[in-house]
Design a protein around this ligand. Structure first.
Ligand SMILES: [Zn+2]
Length: 328
């Protein structure tokens, strides 16, 4: 283990921001008690029960398929992503999979949950209302348990870009922020062009958590032909038909379409295993592009540093950077 020897001013600033947003961000957290959800998988159409259980420090996030007796553990990591068609699917080396993990992972990332075990009795996370709202409410109701173990953070050292026609994604170095700026461009006049930018450490993420998945009415038949969307309905997705939103309740916020894409992006980014200090920009991307970005970041160790941040220090003690170690 090597003591981090670069300019430490960014660490000072980052700790300040983490402290301001919540002192608890500095140490690992889990939930205080088990939370349970039941619902339908949006793509499989199968009923599923999902329990989230507290886990010890340094466990990370772990999925367990309790309908299987063996080979049933799957880690939500970027290199376990086996499919990105309309949702994010992870698989272990035995081909055991869990799909549509992104909204749950986005809730963990946004709230700052480091360690939990997720048990489910099918191969897809329930879609619930199509957003992360139910997961976030459940976690908030259960409460959080703080450990004294330091969090780890990935600091981006070099700018990384991927451009694929009209799609692009980039992750730029930043000393203190964890930002996502996302843009979507649709021909449909209701969705149209939407853009939003959030700072994960500092902003209120309620609109992001509450934003539902969406689709165009004319794409529903195509989904069915792909054997996807079998559990989709107006209960769990916004459906747009020409100039009309078919859900009678309308939208939950003015930027719900792009805000949902930001939720997806947060969830997919958490497949790095840690929070990322860097500035992400994406235009017209999705699960596949975010996964390609992570694979590119981790293909070269000089692209990033994995940093351990210890400390329950008060802000005026933040210069105690001897507690900071690089473990990359
Ligand atoms: Zn989504």
């Amino acid at each position: 283990m090597m003591v981090f020897s670069c300019n430490i001013s960014w660490v000072f600033n980052l700790k300040n921001i983490l402290y301001k947003s919540s002192m608890s961000l500095l140490t690992q957290k889990t939930i205080s008690k088990k939370i349970s959800f039941s619902g339908i998988g949006i793509h499989s159409g199968k009923n599923v029960r999902l329990d989230i259980l507290p886990a010890a420090p340094n466990t990370g996030i772990l999925f367990k398929r309790v309908d299987l007796k063996k080979n049933n553990l799957i880690y939500p990591l970027y290199n376990n992503v086996s499919d990105t068609k309309l949702c994010t699917t992870i698989s272990n080396e035995h081909g055991v999979k869990v799909s549509t993990i992104e909204h749950l992972m986005g809730a963990f990332y946004g709230i700052g949950i480091d360690n939990v075990q997720i048990e489910l009795n099918s191969d897809e996370v329930p879609i619930l209302d199509g957003s992360a709202k139910n997961f976030v409410d459940g976690i908030n109701n259960a409460g959080l348990t703080f450990s004294d173990q330091p969090i780890k953070i990935i600091k981006i050292n070099k700018n990384i870009n991927i451009n694929e026609g009209e799609k692009s994604i980039s992750l730029d170095t930043s000393n203190v922020t964890s930002e996502i700026e996302f843009e979507i461009k649709y021909k449909n006049k209701i969705i149209d062009t939407q853009k939003n930018k959030i700072n994960i450490f500092e902003d209120n993420l309620e609109d992001i958590f509450n934003s539902r998945t969406f689709c165009l009415y004319e794409d529903i038949e195509k989904l069915k032909k792909l054997n996807l969307g079998k559990g989709g309905s107006l209960e769990n997705a916004i459906v747009v038909r020409n100039n009309k939103i078919l859900n009678i309740e309308g939208l939950r916020n003015n930027l719900e379409f792009v805000n949902h894409k930001i939720l997806d992006c947060m969830g997919d980014l958490f497949l790095s295993g840690y929070k990322i200090v860097g500035s992400l920009k994406c235009s017209h991307g999705g699960h596949e592009l975010t996964n390609k970005l992570l694979r590119k970041v981790f293909s070269d160790k000089s692209n990033y540093s994995l940093i351990e941040i210890k400390g329950k220090q008060l802000p005026h003690n933040f210069a105690n950077y001897y507690n900071l170690k690089s473990i990359a």
